[in-house]
Design a protein around this ligand. Structure first.
Ligand code: AMP
Length: 283
């Protein structure tokens, strides 16, 4: 596996592979790898000839009061894990390589970015995501790019950018990888002390309770949302949001008819955590 830091070199490496007919898979990440990241790399490895993993803690998607400075970083550990999964290139650029002096362009997706995490964190968050992902697509020009369903809204935003800007890349969303007690894996879980770590498992327990209600035939939003609220309250967690929205366009719904995204965000101990389940529609 090569570790590459410049756009010019990664372009050369991808071009050389493409000239031999290779297909290219891209896994964009911010590092501090866990099984969630590795599941994406595995999917890419199984489907593509050339697997590029990007590692870039993207400053523009963090708010002024967020954890950019504290975000866990372990490039050497990540490189070893990516190599063990068969990645061909780890693209780990410096901030100035991605955002040189004079950088002035922002990709903004209207609508989708204004709810859920966009409302909680501010629309700058998804502007930062959309801009850096568009740049990564321009640099690597992958056939397929892999994203985790853990960040469900991010997947929708990226899909919209691809559709609206006619980018020639297929987006594959991969299932959420969880710890044994159901906690969705996240680089931010390292912020949890033992008590908070135990408390954090209530997020998925709450979503499970709601999914069970839905499976037993409940279609109204309020009882489903109430199930989530109840379990979080029992665990002493005050949510930032608990919402049920259409899984494709994120409009708020009062009944589950088509696929619905049940999404939750909460601060648990020192970490801000998000999680979600898809409730399948009858349509
Ligand atoms: P991050 O490094 O947190 O930006 O995540 C990089 C990619 O891994 C994103 O597409 C995430 O959605 C995905 N990812 C993060 N956590 C998980 C998880 N627990 N299961 C599946 N994918 C994940």
């Amino acid at each position: 596996m090569r570790i590459i830091r410049t756009i010019a070199e990664v372009r050369d490496a991808v071009r050389a592979a493409r000239d031999t007919g290779a297909s290219v898979g891209l896994v964009p990440t911010m590092g501090a790898f866990h099984e969630g990241h590795l599941s994406l790399i595995r999917r890419a490895r199984a489907a593509s000839d050339l697997v590029v993993v990007s590692l870039f803690v993207n400053p523009t998607q963090f708010g002024a009061n967020e954890d950019l400075g504290a975000y866990p970083r372990d490039e050497a550990g990540d490189a070893a894990l990516a190599e063990a999964e068969g990645a061909d290139i780890l693209f780990a650029p410096a901030v100035e390589e991605i955002y040189p002096d004079g950088f002035a362009t922002t990709i903004h997706v209207a609508g989708l970015t204004e709810v859920l995490d966009g409302a909680s964190r501010g629309t700058h968050h998804f502007d930062g995501v959309a801009t850096v992902v568009t740049k990564l697509f321009g640099i690597v020009r992958p056939d397929v790019a892999y994203f985790g369903q853990k960040d469900a809204q991010q997947v929708l935003v990226v899909r919209r950018v691809v559709r609206d800007l006619d980018l020639d890349v297929r987006i594959e969303a991969c299932p959420i990888v969880r710890e044994a007690d159901g906690l969705a894996m996240s680089s931010r879980n390292v912020y949890l002390d033992p008590a908070a770590r135990q408390q954090a498992a209530a997020l998925n327990r709450a979503l499970d309770a709601a999914s069970a209600l839905h499976q037993h035939g409940e279609r109204q939003s309020e009882p489903i949302l109430d199930a989530v609220r109840r379990v979080l309250a029992e665990a002493g967690i005050a949510p930032e949001y608990i919402e049920l929205r259409d899984a494709d366009d994120l409009h708020e719904i009062t009944r589950v008819e088509n696929d619905a995204l049940l999404a939750v965000a909460a601060r648990v101990g020192a970490a801000r955590l998000i999680d979600n389940h898809i409730l399948r529609g009858d349509a």
